[in-house]
Design a protein around this ligand. Sequence first.
Ligand code: 5GP
Length: 193
Amino acid sequence: MNFLEQRIAKDGIVKPGNVLKVDSFLNHQMDIALMEEIGREFHRRFADKPITKVLTIEASGIGIACFAAKEFGVPMVFAKKSKSINIEGEMYIAEVESFTHKNKNQIIVSKKFLSSEDHLLIIDDFLANGCALQGLISIAEAAGATVEGLGIVIEKGFQIGGKVIRNLGYRLESLAIVDAMDPDTGTITFREQ
Ligand code: 5GP
C-alpha cells in the first residue's frame, strides 16, 4: 500500500450510498504533511508536462491543488460554483451535477485566468461519475487551453468516471483507486497499481 492507501485504510469511513468519508485528513480537517506528499506525487507523475496552471473546483479541490501548484511553481485557478448566470461573456461556464449533494451547479472561471496559451493539470479530491472533471475539461476547451493531464487523489474504481475520462483519451493519474468498499464491515479494497 502506498502512503495514501495506508491513510485511507486507517482513517477513511465507508458510508452507505458509495460515499467514502475522509474528512479527518483530506477534505474538512487537512493533514498538511500528507497534502505536501500528495503535491509532490502529482509533480513526480506529471514532471514531463509543461504545466502552466493547475485547475480545480471549489471547495475540496482547492487545498490539494495549491500543494500541486506549489511544486510546479505555477498559479492555481479554481472554478467557482455559481447560481448567477448573467455573466456570460466574461466567464467560461459549465454545468456540473454534484455527486455528494445531487444538485446541479454552474461552475465558472473568469476569462482573465485561462487562455489558449495554458497547459493545464486538472486536480480534484475524488472521482466518482466524472461530472466534475468533465465540467473542468469543457471549461479548459472553451478557453482553448491544453489539458496535459488530470490528477485525482481518490478514484472510486467501481463508478464510471475513470473509464469515461480515460476513454476520452486523457492521461488520468489517481493516487489511490478504491475497487470496492463495504459499509457494513468498513472494508476498503484498493486496486493494485
Ligand atoms: P463526480 O463528479 O466524479 O461524480 O464526483 C466527484 C466530486 O464529488 C468530487 O469533487 C467530490 O467532492 C465529490 N465526491 C464524490 N464521491 C465522493 C466520496 O465518496 N466522498 C467524498 N467525500 N466526496 C465525494
